[in-house]
Design a protein around this ligand. Structure first.
Ligand code: DUC
Ligand code: ZN
Ligand code: ZN
Length: 474
């Protein structure tokens, strides 16, 4: 008579704090036992020589997100979550984006419709606020926070999204009062506009000039201003997709003053550089994202901050646009100026492999820190812990059995997203997820997704402890 639904035996378990040999037993989709010599399971999985990790939590990705320029997200909730699962991620948090003039509740309803019946793994939503009316600030946003949408993103750039400082402060006040996590895209819109006009006037239209239109100081200034606004409003914030040293310095400085300033970075800032925007013709468009990839020195600064603790989470910022597609990177034709090319790179499936290989295998971060950055901390940041992000009794059995020694050369052909390229084509990595369980169900086996679309469940998030303002010293 089996004691467990599933037992994973002889693996090396890793959490954000410990690495140890143990078996793991699952009952009813939850972790029921961790120990040695566990009784029989209806299903037995041999993890000899493998790591057993909490499933990845991708706290920043864009799936089936409508755009205002006519471009089309390449991945919907089915292809995007399938790709995520194949890369070892078991929870995703994409964005329900409000268009100006639209009610936030309508944006959320629309987004549920996009996800329903499609996701293969569990998902929650962040909100994007682009039109902070009195109705939104006073009624709609607090109600949605109460309903489990406990994080929202604020853009300091992009004409259709950007908010002025007063609007940011109003939103931070709501975050403080109602316990939400405010995520900030920190780039100075006017600096970018001014630089872009100068570049275009000089005939510099190729994709590579995207990087010149958004140099590091554009990000540094906005990061500093975001921190100042958080200080004024007395509330924690998370700066998303931090790309290099000058922004990291601002965050480190604020943390050193005792402020609760959290920071996210992404694989594109660990392994790509602005040279990847060069290429022939439009090739560089494949790596256009904002902020842009920087240089080797900035990559080194990102790694130092990952190891040193300035960063709290690593997300993919998967923003998938097909390359050879009139609704993708070629939206305005093959010779379109850089400022008309949709921003974003795909990477939902390669997030864990790149962080593991470049980080753990190359000795830059520990295995525990890898788990913390890619799973435990994102779950905490967004109010999903301890249900997600941990190997703990009672937690959802979202588990990755990871082969730490498998050598893989990344090609687009092997990935499961609906994008026609990967910016990481040819990158050699060591380590790859082998088997993935979501709430105890095997969803990926031997690299193949075996899950039915629609099995993924919507997650209401708690208000995160990390969003609480600091208690004043007495
Ligand atoms: N910001 C994101 O968060 N994702 C894609 C592009 C962008 O500017
Ligand atoms: Zn952004
Ligand atoms: Zn993003």
């Amino acid at each position: 008579m089996p004691q467990f639904d599933t037992v994973i035996r002889h693996g090396t378990l890793a959490t954000a704090s410990d690495v140890f040999a143990a078996d793991l037993g699952v009952i009813g989709g939850r972790i029921a036992a961790i120990g040695t010599g566990l009784g029989p399971g209806a299903r037995e999985i041999d993890a000899t020589g493998k790591l057993v990790l909490p499933g990845g939590v991708d706290g920043h990705c864009h799936l089936d997100q409508p755009t205002s320029d006519g471009s089309q997200s390449a991945d919907d909730f089915e292809t995007g979550t399938r790709s995520a699962a194949c890369g070892g991620t078991t929870t995703v948090i994409p964005f329900a984006c409000q268009f100006k003039g639209q009610s936030l509740r309508d944006a959320v309803t629309d987004y549920h419709r996009r996800a329903d019946g499609k996701a293969v793994i569990d998902y929650a939503f962040h909100l994007i606020v682009s039109d902070p009316t009195d109705q939104l600030l006073g009624q709609d946003l607090p109600a949605l926070i109460h309903d489990g949408y406990t994080s929202f993103k604020i853009y300091m750039t992009y004409d259709d999204m950007k908010l002025n400082d007063r609007q940011v402060l109003e939103l931070l006040s709501v975050a403080r009062r109602d316990g939400a996590m405010a995520m900030i895209h920190a780039e100075n819109a006017d600096f970018i506009g001014w630089l872009t006009d100068k570049l275009l006037a000089a005939g510099h239209t190729a994709p590579r000039y995207h990087a010149d239109s958004r140099p590091m100081l554009v990000e540094r200034e906005a990061t500093h201003r975001a921190i100042a606004m958080a200080e004024l409003a007395d509330v924690p914030i998370l700066i998303v997709h931090v790309s290099g040293r000058e922004a990291i310095e601002q965050i480190h400085w604020a943390q050193g003053r005792g402020m609760r300033i959290y920071a996210e970075t992404c694989p594109q800032y660990m392994v790509l550089t602005e040279h990847d925007l060069h290429g022939h013709g439009m090739e560089g468009a494949k790596c256009i994202c904002s902020p842009p990839p920087r240089d080797k020195a900035n990559q080194a600064a990102v790694w130092d901050a990952l190891a040193g603790g300035t960063f709290h989470i690593v997300s993919s910022d998967h923003a998938p646009f097909r390359y050879q597609d009139p609704k993708g990177k070629m939206l305005h034709g093959a010779n379109t100026p850089f400022n008309w090319i949709p921003n974003g790179v795909p990477g939902i499936e390669t997030r864990l492999p790149i962080l593991f290989s470049e980080g753990v295998k190359k000795g830059r971060i520990s295995l525990q820190r890898f788990v913390e950055l890619s799973s435990t901390n994102p779950a905490k940041m967004y109010g999903l812990h301890p249900r997600k992000g941990s190997l703990a009794i009672g937690a959802d059995a979202d588990i990755v059995i990871y082969d730490p020694d498998r050598k893989v050369t990344i090609t687009n052909a092997m990935l499961h997203h609906n994008v026609d390229y990967t910016p990481y084509e040819g990158l050699e990595v060591t380590g790859w997820p082998e088997t993935v369980l979501s709430r105890g169900e095997v969803v990926v086996e031997g690299g193949t997704c075996v899950a039915q679309p629609g099995r993924g469940a919507f997650l209401r998030c708690d208000t995160p402890d990390l969003a609480r303002p600091k208690v004043a010293a007495v």
